[in-house]
Design a protein around this ligand. Structure first.
Ligand code: TYM
Length: 326
């Protein structure tokens, strides 16, 4: 059976981009593949975090994943720091990736230009991500479009390691969803939707109240030519609404455009579709939030299952690279 791995950072609130670009795909794939999903708290540390906030958001994100339908009985769901093999393999990955390759990462350029403190780990971030993926002999990595480059560098690292030290890792491929791969900011449709602290009016959060969601869609930036058409370059705002509507309802954005002659109904239908998607997720999350001990128990079980696989791969890599057996 093929194996799928993906991860998500517990930093900021879970937004519609994460949901439509990644999690909807995770939910579907867990029925078709052996699936491993990870809350990557070590990655979140690459930008300084308040410890209490990090603890809270890590637990909350885990509960949200379960609320979205990621089933800890069906797949392996765990927190990255609870499986020490990730940090251990990351060092071998850092020794395999080059400075030049890391310098070309657009996510690093973007984050380092927006933050005052730039940690060494922000630069070597893709090495830890490669470790995440390669530890599980992963075939497919479902991600949004913004993570494509990180999966490509993982392939390069795996191929280099395999050619230097003998076949050690499975070389993975990314899987980008047909709709929702790039959910854009509602106020700046040329920029991807990201954390609410960056653009509160342009970001829709999975736990946001419905009145606020309606308001954000009503105020979404479009353009002045008045034609509903799917054309990402010329009509970024309208195309973003069509993409969101398509991803939320399982339709096709270009085909959906034919059903509208005005922006108003497109905005209100998109808001309604998003709210219907979020309603059961919010209800399930409220139940899970009431019992944090149960989530912690499920995560410990997940980490135990993950370690069974990760420890074997780590040992193989250590042996092949020439570290003494212990
Ligand atoms: P993160 O936490 O930023 O995002 C989690 C997932 O959400 C997708 N995503 C989007 N998709 C569409 N439109 C958007 N506006 C949007 N914003 C975010 C991301 O593509 C991602 O799939 N480095 C990763 C986490 C990571 C990882 C991994 C992923 C660590 N190790 C191993 C895959 C495999 C990240 O920061 O994702």
């Amino acid at each position: 059976m093929t194996r799928v791995f993906s991860g998500i950072q517990p930093s900021g609130d879970l937004h519609l981009g994460n949901l439509l670009g990644a999690l909807v795909n995770w939910e579907r794939m867990q029925h078709e593949h052996e699936s491993v999903f990870c809350v990557v708290d070590l990655h979140a540390l690459t930008l300084p975090k308040d410890p209490a906030t990090l603890r809270r958001t890590t637990l909350q994100l885990s509960q949200l994943l379960i609320a979205v339908g990621i089933d800890p009985e069906r797949c392996v769901l765990f927190v990255q720091s609870q499986v020490p093999e990730h940090a251990q393999l990351a060092w071998l990955m850092e020794c395999t990736v080059s400075f030049g390759e890391l310098s070309r990462m657009t996510a690093f350029k973007d984050k380092s230009s927006r933050n005052e403190f730039i940690s060494g780990a922000l630069f070597t971030y893709p090495a830890l991500q490669a470790a995440d993926i390669l530890l599980y002999d992963t075939d497919f990595v479902p991600v949004g479009d913004d993570q494509r480059q990180h999966v490509e560098i993982t392939r390069d690292i795996a191929e280099r390691f395999n050619s230097r030290y003998g076949t050690t890792f499975v070389v993975p491929a990314h899987v980008i969803p047909p709709a929702g791969a790039r959910v854009m900011d509602l106020q700046n449709p040329d920029r991807k939707m990201s954390k609410s602290e960056v653009s509160p009016a342009g970001t829709v959060n999975v736990l946001e109240d419905f009145a606020s969601i309606e308001k954000k869609f009503k105020r979404a930036v479009t353009d002045s030519d008045g034609e509903v058409r799917y054309d990402v370059d010329a009509k970024a705002g309208v195309s973003n609404l069509l993409s969101i509507l398509a991803a939320a309802t399982g339709g096709d954005p270009a085909a959906l455009a034919g059903g509208y002659t005005q922006y108003g109904p497109l905005k209100s239908d998109t808001a309604a579709a998003v709210i219907e998607l979020l309603r059961p997720i919010q209800a399930r999350f409220a139940e899970l939030e009431a019992d944090p001990a149960e989530t912690s128990r499920l995560l410990r079980l997940g980490a135990d299952k993950a370690r069974e696989v990760a420890s074997v791969t780590l040992r193989r890599a250590q042996e092949n690279i020439g570290l003494l057996a212990y």
